[in-house]
Design a protein around this ligand. Sequence first.
Ligand SMILES: Cc1cc2nc3c(=O)[nH]c(=O)nc-3n(C[C@H](O)[C@H](O)[C@H](O)COP(=O)(O)OP(=O)(O)OC[C@H]3O[C@@H](n4cnc5c(N)ncnc54)[C@H](O)[C@@H]3O)c2cc1C
Length: 192
Amino acid sequence: MDDSSISDSQGSDGIFFNKQGKFCIPCTAFRGFQYVAAGLRTRYENYKSNQGSSPTVIMNDNDKIPGSRSYLKEDPPDVQKLGVASWDFLHSMAAKYPDQPTVTQEGEMKEFLKIFSHVYPCHWCAKDFEKYIEKHAPRTKSKEDLSRWMCEAHNSVNGKLGKPKFDCNFWKQRWQDGWEDQQQSTVLEKQN
Ligand SMILES: Cc1cc2nc3c(=O)[nH]c(=O)nc-3n(C[C@H](O)[C@H](O)[C@H](O)COP(=O)(O)OP(=O)(O)OC[C@H]3O[C@@H](n4cnc5c(N)ncnc54)[C@H](O)[C@@H]3O)c2cc1C
């Protein structure tokens, strides 16, 4: 990765800056982001959270990208939004991995995770993930192996952030099949 994007200083409120003195949005929690960009607000989040509760919310043209009828001026993702989206992708990818991968598929998955740990746009998250992969090599022999490995990797970040661990016995319901109660209600809906 371009070294210039690597932060060398952390300011107050957990705000990260790169060598040009610009702050690193994907490394920073939204409260820090708000602190720096006090004039900005996440228009889309506000819009979404107001939907339903207030049908009278009117988007004016200032909230949209100039010249666009549909795209709102959304702000770049902070560390949390980026994290949720990335875990969605990583766990879903693992849940789609073959039960019996070929040697090529195994090699590609290992390579992908290594590269991912180099390019993940929150550099201090990336560094820790890289170290995790070095210590705990991805288990790529099957979908079950990879999904559990991913769950453990996610749990290691959860632990670092003081969050509770996820029970990896439920990886399949969470990332592949859905929950039985939901499945039952869908069947009942179809029957009625
Ligand atoms: C590779 C990587 C490294 C990261 N490193 C950091 C870091 O160093 N510092 C930092 O502040 N943030 C980091 N993040 C972001 C962080 O992990 C969270 O995504 C972010 O804090 C938002 O957390 P959340 O509680 O909303 O849910 P998330 O932790 O994003 O989880 C999303 C959903 O996944 C499910 N889930 C939770 N744990 C597991 C698990 N173990 N297995 C399967 N499913 C699970 C739950 O249903 C949960 O609602 C990292 C993200 C990634 C992808």
